[in-house]
Design a protein around this ligand. Structure first.
Ligand code: ZN
Length: 428
């Protein structure tokens, strides 16, 4: 089903899921399709337990990023699931329909097995995670909080890394950075380009951007990124590992920070980053520019007010004639605590199924719906047991795929984890 925001609808997918649960004997009152807009269907299912603890929420998004048939390999239709050479191909096989399908299959299996959890398990499959106007999670939090209120949630954003086809580490996402855009504007009275002057909007903006490029935000760690660097040190080369251990002991260690920052992914985990992403200026080839503007996209560490980032940018630019747009209002979203109730079984199951690989708490530098849940006070963890090669990540891209073996291993991992998290005594 094409569930891309631009051309598709999530409603048929939500309805198809609801049908499966009704056919499996779930009461209609526990299977709800909610459509804040006709094409923006979400489905929420409640698997009743004994109610001794607050519910567990399983979240996945039904929508996907657009995919054009002409952009994919000729033998693959992005909206038809294709199995070939040990892979599942199709838009959503990685992001995020695999997890949605696994949650559905696992709940149906538990029901068939007459499993009674000690707490309710809530499944929410939602719309517009990838953008689009009617984000399902925000809608549910606002209008149907009671349907999805939970002790904590399992979501996308985590997963395992394969190196040379073998499990290497297993990530649990427990926080994410926040995105904010700032518009930089230089203005000038302009004039005829045959009589240039030293004052020039394009040159002034260019200088401001150069200063932004050279500025580096200070290292700021939290519980999750500290654990990330501690655990990642166990799989890194000795010099990088030593720098990671040093930065955890002392975030002010600039030599360690410099060494770690060589890798863009690690640099983005250490600190807030801001980067120029768009540029425009001038109105004619033969006129002095009257305006020049640039967009600077910042990825802010959790719990840092965007206005503080704006003030830092203004100071780094050091030119009061450059206007920096106001900071957007964003809900704070605290890192989720690394609950032993969750982390301990994830570590045990990882060892049982994937061998002696570290479980690494991580901060997404991009965004998922986890941020909305965390802002609303529901701790959220990206856990999947789905392993892939980070150098072959195709989510949002061409010929998106997942190893068939990874898919079924992830399904089994999440099945066992659901039982661990919903029975007072460990079951495995
Ligand atoms: Zn996703």
């Amino acid at each position: 089903m094409n569930t891309a925001d631009s051309v598709g609808s999530t409603t048929p997918a939500a309805e198809a899921v609801a049908k499966r649960f009704l056919a499996a004997g779930f009461p209609a009152s526990d299977v709800q399709v909610l459509t804040p807009r006709a094409d923006k269907g979400n489905v929420v299912v409640r698997y009743r337990g004994r109610g001794t603890r607050k519910p567990l929420l399983l979240l996945a998004h039904l929508d996907v990023v657009q995919a054009l048939r002409s952009d994919w390999s000729p033998e693959l239709d992005p909206f038809k699931l294709t199995e070939r050479d040990g892979w599942f191909y199709g838009r959503g096989t990685a992001d995020d329909k695999a997890m949605a399908a696994i949650f559905v299959a696992n709940l149906l299996r538990l029901k068939q097995e007459r499993y009674v959890p000690d707490r309710d398990i809530i499944l929410a499959l939602t719309a517009d995670e990838e953008g689009g106007p009617v984000n399902g999670v925000r809608y549910l939090l606002r209008d149907h909080r009671d349907l999805i209120d939970a002790a904590y949630a399992i979501n996308e954003g985590g997963g395992g890394a394969l190196k040379d086809g073998k499990p290497f580490y297993h990530s649990v996402q427990a926080t994410e950075k926040v995105s904010a855009n700032f518009r930089l504007t230089a203005t000038n009275k302009g004039g005829h380009s045959s009589v240039p002057r030293p004052d020039n909007a394009i040159y002034e903006l260019a200088e401001a951007l150069t200063r932004v490029a050279r500025y580096q935000f200070p290292v700021e760690l939290n519980e999750v990124t500290r654990a990330f660097f501690e655990r990642t040190a166990t799989v890194e080369s000795p010099d990088v590992a030593a720098a990671m251990r040093a930065i955890v002991r002392n975030p002010g260690d600039s030599a360690a920070a410099a060494l770690i920052s060589v890798q863009p992914r690690f640099n983005s985990m250490l600190r807030t980053t801001c980067v120029a992403t768009r540029l425009s200026g001038g109105h004619a080839n033969n006129a002095l520019p009257q305006t020049a503007t640039a967009n600077v996209n910042c990825r802010i560490v959790p719990n840092k007010p965007p206005d503080e980032v704006r003030q830092t940018l203004v100071r780094a630019i050091g030119d009061t004639s450059i206007e920096v747009s106001r900071a957007p209002a964003l809900d704070p979203s605290a890192p989720s605590p690394l609950l032993p109730e969750l982390i301990t079984p994830v570590e045990r199951l990882t060892r049982e199924m994937f061998g002696n690989v570290p479980v690494i708490p991580t901060m997404s530098t991009g965004a998922t719906d986890g941020r909305a849940l965390r802002s609303a006070g529901i701790p959220t963890y990206g856990v999947s047991g789905l392993f892939g090669d980070p150098n072959d990540a195709r989510a949002h891209g061409r010929d998106e795929r997942m190893l068939v073996k990874s898919f079924f291993d992830g399904q089994e991992f999440l099945y066992r984890l659901m039982k661990e998290l919903t029975s007072a005594r460990p079951v495995s």
